[in-house]
Write a protein that binds this ligand. Structure first.
Ligand SMILES: NC(=O)c1ccc[n+]([C@@H]2O[C@H](COP(=O)([O-])OP(=O)(O)OC[C@H]3O[C@@H](n4cnc5c(N)ncnc54)[C@H](O)[C@@H]3O)[C@@H](O)[C@H]2O)c1
Length: 352
């Protein structure tokens, strides 16, 4: 069988795990790479044997032999590149967030419909072994009705600078960058209830704190601390049509004692913590039980999570599986993220 020819658009930090996972999939040939930074694209092409290098994604999409692309650019490229790729007849794996606004998300959804191609949103945490195992317990009813969840990702010092802190290219700060992972994971495991209302607050009180010394923190490939037009902290309370609710807190910078990554779910029969590590909480014979599944990766594993995501994408392209993270979910997530920003700006609860 002919190999699936893949192009990767955006050859920065996260593209590394896309390249590596495609490389490990025996059905895939990495065929072309595109980045605004030609040297960066060329380096990746040489490393993974891609024969075509571009700085303009339209030229990559014009190659008829390409079957699928990964979109790993800044967030402002996600919608236009995904739409152009779908219209050129390519399947798309688009990094999270799907895009920057609800309007853009709906346009991408339209393009998926008219092209009939697969678009998988890079909600990689859904593809982790810990999520897969917990989903099975939830589907079997072990948690009962899930009525409350918490999604937190607190960095005390971690504004990556560069495009991440330029709202025009990112769409926002910690909420759209790291909040999207934890909110999506909780929402997916809750059974994707329809959002009813949102109260949110976004703060820009501390700035990017690039004055801090003696403590390392994550920086973008093109680090630049000069521009910072994004929030540094956000929180929200989301209410769903089924009566369930979710509490959210995220930050790039905060006077917190330590970083905190925490996603938990609470139901009528049991509870679960999935981040930072998988635990299931139950009750038997009038006794409370804390259960720790004995599996590989009780904590999300970057390498296997991305490998599962990319393998799933290839299976979806060939019609062997439905994607776990379809465009519709990307649209719902944009409604939630933009709803939090809107509620903060207006000082009011947003209803849907
Ligand atoms: N799933 C995850 O866990 C995860 C982790 C990190 C980043 N991401 C997402 O991946 C994307 C990229 O993030 P990153 O950390 O790799 O950033 P990065 O800055 O390291 O790399 C982005 C690259 O995209 C290139 N680029 C931007 N616009 C382009 C365009 N129009 N055409 C071609 N190339 C373009 C840039 O030159 C840069 O090399 C973002 O959307 C981010 O949200 C996901």
């Amino acid at each position: 069988m002919a190999k699936t020819k893949v192009g990767v658009i955006g050859a920065g930090s996260i593209s590394g795990v896309h390249f590596e996972s495609y490389h490990n999939n025996p059905e895939v040939e990495i065929y072309a790479v595109c980045d605004l930074n030609e040297e960066r694209a060329r380096e990746k092409a040489e490393q993974y044997g891609a024969t075509h290098v571009f700085t303009d994604y339209n030229e990559l999409l014009a190659l008829p032999e390409i079957d699928a692309v990964s979109v790993c650019t800044w967030n402002n490229g996600h919608a236009p590149i995904s739409i152009a790729a779908l219209d050129a007849g390519k399947h798309v794996l688009c990094e999270k967030p799907l895009c920057m606004t609800v309007e853009e998300a709906l346009e991408v959804q339209e393009a998926v419909k008219r092209s009939g191609k697969v678009l998988q949103v890079g909600f990689v945490r859904r593809y982790g072994n810990n999520a897969k195992v917990l989903k099975e317990f939830i589907d079997q009813g072990d948690l009962g009705e899930i009525y409350y969840s918490k999604a937190a990702c607190i960095r005390r010092l971690g504004n990556p600078g560069g495009w991440f802190s330029d709202k025009e290219r990112s769409g926002g700060g910690p909420l759209i960058d790291i909040g999207v992972h934890v909110i999506d994971l909780a929402w997916y495991l809750m059974g994707k209830p329809k959002v009813k209302s949102i109260t949110g607050n976004a703060y820009n009180k501390l700035g990017n704190r690039n004055n801090i010394q003696n403590l390392d923190f994550y920086k973008a490939a093109d680090y630049d601390a000069n521009k910072n037009s994004v929030e540094d902290m956000a929180n929200a309370l989301i209410r769903f049509e089924n009566g369930a609710s979710m509490a959210v807190e995220v930050s790039f910078t905060l006077h917190a004692k330590k970083d905190n990554l925490a996603v938990s779910l609470y139901g009528t029969k049991g509870g679960a913590e999935i981040e930072p590590e998988l635990h299931i909480i139950g009750e038997k014979y009038n006794t409370i039980l804390n259960m720790t599944p004995q599996i590989n990766d009780t904590t999300f594993n970057f390498k296997s999570g991305f490998q599962n995501e990319i393998n799933h994408f290839i299976d979806a392209i060939h019609g062997r599986k439905e994607t776990l993270s379809p465009v519709e979910d990307g649209v719902e997530m944009m409604k939630i993220l933009c709803g939090i920003y809107e509620s903060s700006e207006t000082g009011k609860e947003i209803t849907f």
